[in-house]
Ligand binder design. Structure first.
Ligand SMILES: [Zn+2]
Length: 429
C-alpha cells in the first residue's frame, strides 16, 4: 500500500532538524520514500490528513517483561527482593503458555495505544510473545530470560537456541531474537560463560539486568571484589552488543567500561522509583556519549507500559537529582525513547527516526487537545505535556495498525476478557 500523510508536522529525531512544519510523508509499501513538497509522480492508495497532528518515530521500549501485565497491581509497595522472591517468582512458577500469550497481547494493545511500535522483551514462553507479535503487526526483540536452575541449565539454553531458529527474522523481519541472562546474581560465572558462547554461536546480542539495586552491587563487591559490570566485562559479555537494563548503581569505572564497550544502558525511571532502586546517573552517561535507551520494565513494577510517562520522568527526575534544570532536556529524553532505543536493539539503520529510506514506523499524535494548547514548543510538549492517550494513529512497516485510536490488527475486547480471566485463574490456582 502507498500511503500519504499530508500537511503534517514532523519531529524526525534524525539528529538534524528538531521540527519540520506542515509537510508530507510519502510511504511506499514498508518504506518512507519522500518527505516534503508533493511530487507529481506519486501513486497514492491512502491519504491521512495530518492537520493538527505531529508525526514522531514509533517509540522503542528497550526493556520490558510484557507477560507481567497479568500481575499488574498484584504486588505493590514492596522492596525488589521481597517483591521478586515472595510474590512474583511464586506466581510466575504457575504461568502457562496460554497465560503468557494473553498477557503479552494485553500489553501489545497498551503499547500500540500509547505509541510504542518496538519493544525488547525478557520473559519465558517466548513463542507465545512471537505469536502475539505476528498478529499485532508491531516490532520486537524476543529474549528468553535465563535464570540458572540446577538440572535445567542446558534445557534453558536450548529454549533460546530454538527460539532463535524459529523466530529470528520472522514477521517480515519485524522479529529479532537475542540471548538473555537474567542478571549476574541469578547466573553463575560458569553459566554466564555458556550463555556468552551461545550468543556468539547465534551471532546475536545480549539483554541483561545490571546493577539495579545497591544490594546487588554490595553483594558483588563482597563475593567477587568487583562490581557486576566489571564482573560481566571480565567474562567477555560486552564483546557482544549488549542491552543492559537499569545500570542504576554505577561508579565512574563502570561508566568507562560501558562507554568503551558500546553498551546501551536502559533507563527505567518508573520501575527504579517504584521499587526504590535509586537514580541512574543518566545525565553523566549521556554526556559521556553513552547510548542510553528507555524502558518501562514490566507492568507489575511500573505499573503500565506508557513510554510517554517514562520520557517525562527521564527528563524531570534527572533535573531534580542533579539540581540542574538543564539536565536531560526534552530532546534527549525523546532520543532515548526513539533513536537510542533503535541503536540499542541494532535496528537504527531501519527504525528510530523519520527519514527517507527508513521503515515507516510512524506515530501520529493528536495535538488538538486542551492540555496541549498553546503549542509554543513541540518537542517540549511531547516530553512534558503529551499523554499516551494522545496517540491517534500508529503505522508499522507501512501498515496502519491503529487509526483514530481504533486498533485494526487485534480484537481488543477478546484480549481484555482472556487476559483478565487468565490472571484471576492464575492467582487462585
Ligand atoms: Zn526488568
Amino acid at each position: 500500500m502507498n500511503l500519504l500523510i499530508k500537511n503534517v508536522t514532523i519531529v524526525p529525531m534524525d539528529g538534524k532538524e528538531e521540527v519540520c512544519k506542515d509537510t508530507n510523508i510519502y510511504v511506499e509499501e514498508d518504506k518512507i520514500i519522500h518527505i516534503g513538497e508533493l511530487r507529481g509522480d506519486i501513486k497514492v492508495d491512502r491519504i491521512i490528513n495530518g492537520k493538527n497532528k505531529v508525526a514522531i518515530p514509533g517509540l522503542v521500549n528497550a526493556h520490558t517483561h510484557i507477560g507481567m501485565s497479568l500481575f499488574r497491581n498484584y504486588a505493590d509497595d514492596l522492596p525488589l527482593h521481597e517483591w521478586l522472591t515472595q510474590k512474583i517468582w511464586p506466581a510466575e512458577a504457575k504461568l502457562t503458555a496460554e497465560d503468557v500469550y494473553w498477557g503479552s497481547l494485553l500489553s501489545m494493545v497498551e503499547m500500540i495505544q500509547s505509541g510504542t511500535t518496538t519493544f525488547c522483551d525478557m520473559y519465558f514462553f517466548m513463542d507465545e510473545v512471537g505469536r502475539g507479535l505476528e498478529e499485532a503487526g508491531i516490532r520486537g526483540v524476543l529474549t528468553r530470560g535465563l535464570i540458572e536452575e540446577k538440572g535445567k541449565e542446558e534445557e534453558k539454553l536450548n529454549d533460546t537456541r530454538n527460539l532463535y531458529k524459529d523466530w529470528n527474522g520472522r514477521g517480515d523481519g519485524r522479529i529479532k531474537v537475542m540471548v538473555s541472562p537474567h542478571a549476574p546474581y541469578t547466573c553463575s560465572a560458569a553459566y554466564l560463560e555458556r550463555i556468552i558462547d551461545l550468543a556468539k554461536e547465534l551471532n546475536t546480542g545480549i539483554h541483561i539486568h545490571l546493577s539495579e539495586t545497591k544490594k546487588e552491587v554490595e553483594d558483588s563487591f563482597k563475593e567477587l571484589h568487583k562490581s557486576p559490570i566489571k564482573h560481566v566485562y571480565d567474562l567477555g559479555l560486552f564483546k557482544l552488543p549488549t542491552v543492559a537494563a537499569h545500570c542504576v548503581h554505577v561508579d565512574d569505572d563502570d561508566i568507562e567500561i560501558l562507554k568503551e564497550n558500546n553498551v546501551s544502558p536502559v533507563n527505567n525511571p518508573s520501575s527504579n522509583l517504584k521499587l526504590a532502586s535509586g537514580f541512574a546517573p543518566i545525565d553523566k552517561m549521556l554526556k559521556k556519549g553513552i547510548n542510553v535507551a528507555l524502558g518501562t520494565d514490566g507492568s507489575s513494577s511500573n505499573n503500565n507500559l506508557n513510554m510517554f510517562e517514562e520520557i517525562h520522568l527521564a527528563s524531570i527526575v534527572n533535573k531534580a537529582v542533579n539540581m540542574d534544570a538543564i539536565s536531560v532536556p526534552a530532546i534527549s529524553a525523546l532520543e532515548m525513547a526513539t533513536i537510542n532505543g533503535a541503536k540499542a536493539l541494532l535496528w537504527d539503520k531501519e527504525i528510530g527516526s523519520i527519514e527517507v529510506g527508513k521503515k515507516a514506523d510512524i506515530v501520529l499524535m493528536d495535538m488538538d487537545k486542551p492540555h496541549l494548547y498553546p503549542l509554543h514548543n513541540i518537542v517540549s510538549s511531547l516530553a512534558y505535556s503529551v499523554q499516551g492517550s494522545d496517540v491517534d494513529t500508529v503505522i508499522v512497516d507501512g501498515n496502519i495498525i491503529m487509526e483514530n485510536r481504533e486498533i485494526k490488527t487485534l480484537d481488543v475486547e477478546k484480549i481484555i476478557y482472556n487476559a483478565d480471566k487468565a490472571s484471576k485463574n492464575l492467582i487462585n490456582r
